[in-house]
Ligand binder design. Structure first.
Ligand SMILES: Cc1cc2nc3c(=O)[nH]c(=O)nc-3n(C[C@H](O)[C@H](O)[C@H](O)COP(=O)(O)OP(=O)(O)OC[C@H]3O[C@@H](n4cnc5c(N)ncnc54)[C@H](O)[C@@H]3O)c2cc1C
Length: 293
């Protein structure tokens, strides 16, 4: 089923996984997925690696989730390091396996590189990939957006112009980058509506698992750490289980406020761990997403 059709009838709760570095890590990812199935996710997604064998694992986990776990899936796909023909080949494989949804992304420049440079004959932007997908396939398609602005964008107005272009090029809905202050999400949605973007904008939520990791991720994404969270991250800097429990409470409050404000769904960056998201969903009691015993 296309996620746009799910969005027409419900407010989806979804989980994002990433592919392991080696094939022997695949069963653990599928096990986590299995553990989280008790919360009846509306779909799950699997990120696309920077290159190498993990890309095949993305496809493998996506197919397994769809076929064996029976969960609706969305495959991530980026423009990094591939020609249009190679990307077309990935899309054909996904299509042949019955995958109905993708999220079309540009991807990040390789570590150490200052800017994204497509391979010769590759796509420059997510907007180009979206155009190709819509012209050649019948996938349901999502795209990424950045409530605090993408790190490379010159300003928020220019960034929004390209978000609008993603929607004009066929994105059915948007999923946000992580944020820890809901004000950024609410402001972004307001600006997006004013810019003529009407599609659902699903908040992406990353529960804190440990302090150092959140500091690294927010530094990379340019997301603000609000002062109260900053203090908590310091407090639990050397206490991983304390940080994780604090993260559960922080994300529960964050999602409760978002949900009560009427967000069209919630996408959890699960990071292949079931503990935090399970506890958050136990705290929240979202209709249809209670733990099934
Ligand atoms: C929900 C979500 C899922 C993600 N999944 C993955 C994943 O699986 N694998 C992965 O490697 N990364 C993933 N990322 C990270 C993403 O690849 C990076 O944030 C990347 O730097 C930008 O990707 P994009 O699709 O937003 O790019 P783009 O939309 O191409 O935007 C990149 C920059 O270019 C500007 N821009 C956009 N369109 C144009 C245009 N037509 N002309 C000129 N400038 C333009 C934008 O303002 C922005 O500054 C994900 C991010 C999110 C939010």
């Amino acid at each position: 089923m296309k996620i746009k059709d799910i969005l027409a009838t419900t407010r989806p709760v979804s989980f994002e996984f990433f592919p392991p570095r080696a094939a022997d890590g695949i069963p653990a990812v599928l096990e986590t997925l299995d553990e989280l199935k008790v919360f009846c996710p509306d779909y799950v997604s699997v990120t696309y690696g920077a290159g190498g064998s993990t890309r095949a694992f993305t496809e493998e986990i996506t197919f397994e989730a769809k076929r064996k776990a029976g969960v609706e899936v969305m495959a991530h796909l980026t423009c990094v390091g591939q020609t249009k023909e190679e990307i077309h080949g990935v899309l054909e494989r996904l299509n042949a396996e019955g995958v109905e949804n993708i999220i079309a992304l540009r991807g990040d420049p390789p570590r150490g590189a200052m800017e994204f440079v497509p391979v010769e004959g590759g796509f420059q932007h997510a907007t180009d990939l979206l155009e190709h997908v819509k012209a050649n396939f019948d996938f349901g398609v999502a795209a990424a957006c950045y409530p605090e602005g993408h790190t490379e964008s010159v300003d928020l107005v220019t960034d929004m112009k390209f978000v609008k272009q993603k929607v004009d090029n066929g994105a059915d809905f948007l999923i946000t980058q992580l944020f820890y202050d809901n004000r950024h999400y609410f402001d972004f949605v307001e600006r997006a509506r004013a810019a003529g973007i009407e599609v659902p904008i699903i908040p992406g939520v990353l529960p804190v698992l440990n302090s150092g990791q959140v500091r690294r991720f927010t530094a990379l994404s340019g997301s603000e750490i609000p002062p109260e969270l900053d203090k908590l991250l310091d407090k639990y800097a050397d206490n991983e289980s304390g940080a994780r429990d604090m993260g559960v409470e922080y994300a529960s409050a964050q999602v409760r406020e978002l949900w009560d404000a009427g967000v069209p769904g919630v996408h959890f960056y699960v990071l292949n761990r079931s503990y935090s998201v399970s506890r958050i969903l136990d705290n929240l009691t979202i209709p249809g997403h209670h733990r099934l015993d």
